[in-house]
Design a protein around this ligand. Structure first.
Ligand SMILES: Nc1ncnc2c1ncn2[C@@H]1O[C@H](COP(=O)(O)OP(=O)(O)OP(=O)(O)O)[C@@H](O)[C@H]1O
Ligand SMILES: [Mg+2]
Length: 372
């Protein structure tokens, strides 16, 4: 029996836990003319949710395109990824041909990755101005298909790193002119994403409904875990399920990973002891990675991280009791450490009605640091 706790963003509906309300909301917004912005910390399940959404939308005859622009450094890279994503989703040869005709000015060249068989495109730009025109041509091509198209751009915050200056405004202008193409913008850098979409001075302001993806409900996750083991002929005790959910802080990837390992390392009956044994072995293996990270930050930053890990989560990062307990220094230096660690994505900043709180981003690292 295949491990039901897949570590890929999305495999099947059966292996995907909940997100039913989010799915309903997203589908409803998209099919009624809104664009959607998905924001959550890393590894909560945004990309998985995009693929889950695509599955529903395809049933309603939408053409769905997924472009992950994480590796794009500039407009060239963006155009390449976007074009490859389009080619990948256009199954008919005649459409692919039309796409190439639409972009003929920049002489697109198609090749196939020898191993994966995935189509790859390269362009020849003679002038910089051709790049923005190509972007426009790509969107015009999609609009002209007279189909309902959903284009998901994952790691959208990346466009802020492009060396070209006005991409955000340009994209906004083009996107606004499209009626048959709706967008899912997705990203994990919350301050960047919120700035793009909720700052009145920024081009994308109010151009999309923002959907914050939270942790999966603990009851629902518990039921899902039990059911997944059961389907594979294994029984897991309630205490073991509760332990996994608590220990992984319900951060989806980590929860999923622990379940994956418990599945792999267990007989047909899983107890609390099995679960504890598995997390110990995960930390034993991961420790080497954490020690490597130790070399990339300063002593003070390292000590601050450990302090946060030991507290689990802190809401007053400069409170004198906390600083004294861990011998951190004054509140000004604590603030500096905090900022640097959030920037490096070693600390996760989250806000709710009570204000902001901080925890070690990597849950395994947090659990490991607790024991130092
Ligand atoms: N609803 C879910 N049910 C089960 N597993 C899930 C679910 N959502 C996500 N996962 C698991 O969590 C992991 C992270 O999911 P995903 O890659 O979608 O997160 P993400 O938010 O896009 O992360 P990043 O910001 O790093 O791109 C994957 O391994 C996936 O298997
Ligand atoms: Mg993702």
């Amino acid at each position: 029996m295949e491990n039901p706790f897949s570590l890929e963003p999305y495999t099947t509906k059966e292996n995907f836990c909940d997100r039913e309300q989010e799915l309903k909301d997203i589908v409803s917004f998209l099919t009624n003319g809104s664009n959607i912005t998905l924001i959550s910390p890393r590894r909560y399940g945004k990309t998985g949710l995009i693929f889950r959404t695509f599955e529903e939308l395809r049933k309603q005859h939408y053409t769905c395109i997924y472009a992950d622009i994480f590796s794009a450094q500039n407009l060239d890279g963006f155009l390449k990824i976007l074009s490859e994503a389009i080619i990948n989703s256009l199954k008919e040869d005649s459409l692919i041909k039309n796409f190439f005709i639409a972009l003929k000015n920049v002489r697109p060249l198609l090749s196939y990755d020898p191993i994966s068989g995935i189509p790859q495109i390269s362009f020849t730009f003679q002038l910089d101005g051709q790049k923005t025109l190509t972007l426009k041509s790509i969107f015009d091509f999609l609009e002209k298909q007279r189909k309902h198209i959903i284009l998901a751009i994952d790691e959208f915050q990346q466009i802020r790193d492009f060396k070209e200056t006005n991409i955000e405004a340009l994209l906004r202008t083009y996107i606004q002119q499209l009626h048959h193409v709706k967008f899912i913008f997705c990203g994990s850098k919350k301050h960047l994403m919120t700035d793009m979409f909720t700052n009145a001075k920024k081009p994308f302001y109010e151009s999309s409904r923002t959907c914050y993806i939270d942790r999966i409900d603990s009851k629902k996750y518990g039921v899902f875990i039990k059911k997944s083991f059961k389907k594979a002929g294994k029984v897991i005790d309630d205490e073991a399920v509760e332990f996994i959910l608590e220990w992984t802080k319900r951060h989806t990837y980590y929860t999923q990973f622990v379940c994956n390992r418990v599945f792999a390392e267990s007989s047909n009956k899983i107890t609390l002891d099995t679960a504890k044994r598995v997390v110990t072995s995960i930390l034993r293996i991961e420790a080497a990675n954490f020690i490597e990270r130790r070399n990339l930050i300063t002593d003070k930053q390292w000590r601050y991280l450990i302090a946060v890990a030991k507290e689990g989560s802190i809401s007053q990062p400069t409170a004198s009791a906390f600083l004294m307990k861990y011998n951190i220094g004054n509140s000004a230096s604590a603030l500096k450490l905090l900022k640097a660690l959030v920037e490096k994505e070693l600390l996760l900043e989250q806000s709710d009605l009570n204000g902001k709180s901080y925890s070690v981003y990597n849950v395994f690292m947090s659990r490991w640091m607790e024991s130092l």
